[in-house]
Design a protein around this ligand. Structure first.
Ligand code: PMP
Length: 430
């Protein structure tokens, strides 16, 4: 065990000498919770295994991509078979329309779509299309919603009257975010006054229909409906970023749950079955502004990659039957109920926000309605809670502001184990 235990350490040291902060995406560095990040080597079902052979019950699920758990046999076989046939062609391939039809069966609003390789690309491109077809410049987004790291979307709210978005990262210019208006999530008054002042210049409103990047924050009743109404009225487009909610909160995502039809939709994560694939699409007249039909340019060498398409297709085929969602609901509801009970027992004074098979334990007395409220969370206590869970073999996202994801591979016993560990971790975190 001792020699083995060095393996993660060695790999982590090596990574630190190669990658900024040791990682290829920042939240993986565990900075918000402390300690050395796990270095993983394999996974199956609901469990991941680190380089020392230590197993953890996983609620990260590759940040929501793995709704069927790790390496499901049918998806892995489809991937292997596709790889044998060729890894990339850079030409239309036979699998693309198959996946597109499956996506369309879930999201009828996606009359035309385009495959890309990341959610960042999907959201960035959707915005370009929205600006292209409307000839308008401004974008409205909501604080705490994440739409990838493209410049215009890495904006934070300016102080005072919400007009100019400010760069949310060094290296993003003020010009790149000047046309991004950042409003508080769930704040219809702010949306109404923004439309009153700038309606004619707003190309699109982009929103996570259930926010999952400040922890899970639900839309208030009427919030999304009014976004639909205001955008329609003023000739702006409504973009639902369903990179997380797509195929997660229902097969047809938030659009199925709410009955709202977005003009443009972004998908990723589950759509690629764990491989790099994302999608944006929507109304035919809007999407037909893309090259080669129209004047909005967007392209990708690996777009529609056949191996990723095979993974997405195998995943969506399994989800299409609908049975998976009943199971996910059962498991996630049991997790929620167990966590609530454990919290009460430990007098933890937290809240649990769940939407379908994603949830967040907030170290706030009340479920937050927006970023400002979410940021009041006691992140020190969260960090202790995280470490308590990890010490008991349970891996949750290493940040207060992320969602836990339940997969079809989580068995009833897994949920019970997580709840028991949480009971102890809540007391340690108190
Ligand atoms: N949109 C949403 C809602 C997301 O959650 C994410 C990533 N978590 C993205 C876009 C960006 O996707 P990617 O990381 O694949 O670029």
């Amino acid at each position: 065990m001792r020699t083995e235990a060095r393996q993660s350490e060695v790999l982590w040291e090596e990574s630190l000498s190669l990658f900024p902060g040791g990682v290829n995406s920042p939240v993986r560095a565990f900075r918000a919770v402390g300690g050395r990040p796990l270095v993983l080597s394999s996974a199956r079902g609901a469990a991941v295994r680190d380089a020392d052979g230590v197993s953890y019950l996983d609620f990260v699920g590759s940040w929501g991509a793995l709704i069927l758990g790790h390496a499901p046999a049918d998806v892995a076989a489809a991937v292997a078979a596709a790889a044998e046939r060729g890894m990339s062609f850079g030409m239309p391939t036979e699998g693309e329309p198959v996946l597109a039809r499956l996506i369309q069966s879930a999201f009828p609003s996606m009359e035309r779509m385009r495959f890309v390789s990341s959610g960042t690309e999907a959201a960035m491109s959707a915005i370009r299309v929205a600006r292209g077809i409307t000839g308008r410049t401004r974008i409205v987004k909501f604080a705490g919603c994440y739409h990838g790291h493209s410049d215009a979307l890495l904006a934070r709210a300016g102080s005072g009257i919400a007009t100019l978005g400010l760069p949310g990262s060094a290296g993003v210019t003020a010009a790149a975010t000047a046309d991004t208006i950042v409003l508080p999530y769930n704040d219809l008054a702010a949306v109404r006054s923004t439309f009153a002042a700038h309606g004619a210049t707003i190309a699109a409103v982009i929103v996570e229909p259930v926010a999952a990047n400040m922890g899970v924050v639900r839309p208030r009743p009427g919030f999304l409906d009014e976004l639909r109404a205001l955008t329609s009225r003023d000739g702006s487009l409504l973009i639902f970023d369903e990179v997380i909610t797509g195929f997660r909160v229902a097969f047809g995502g938030a659009q199925e749950r709410t009955g709202i039809r977005a003009d443009l939709t972004c998908l990723g994560k589950i759509a690629g079955g764990g491989l790099p694939l994302a999608v944006y699409g929507g109304r035919r007249d809007i999407m037909d502004t893309l090259a080669p039909l129209g004047s909005v340019y967007q392209a990708g060498t690996l777009s529609g990659n056949p191996v990723a398409v095979a993974a997405g297709t195998a995943t969506l085929r399994r989800l299409a039957s609908g049975e998976a969602y009943a199971l996910l609901e059962q498991r996630a509801a049991a997790l929620e109920a167990g966590l609530l009970e454990a919290m009460r027992w430990a007098g933890a004074g937290c809240s649990v926000v769940r939407e379908a098979s994603m949830l967040t334990v907030f170290f706030t007395p009340q479920p937050p309605a927006n970023l400002e409220e979410a940021e009041r969370a006691d992140t020190e206590r969260f960090a202790r809670f995280f470490r308590g869970l990890l010490a008991r073999g349970i891996l949750i996202p290493p940040s207060q502001f992320e969602a836990w994801f339940v997969s079809t591979a989580h068995e009833a016993e897994d949920i019970a184990r997580a709840v028991a560990a949480a009971g102890e971790a809540f007391r340690e975190a108190a």
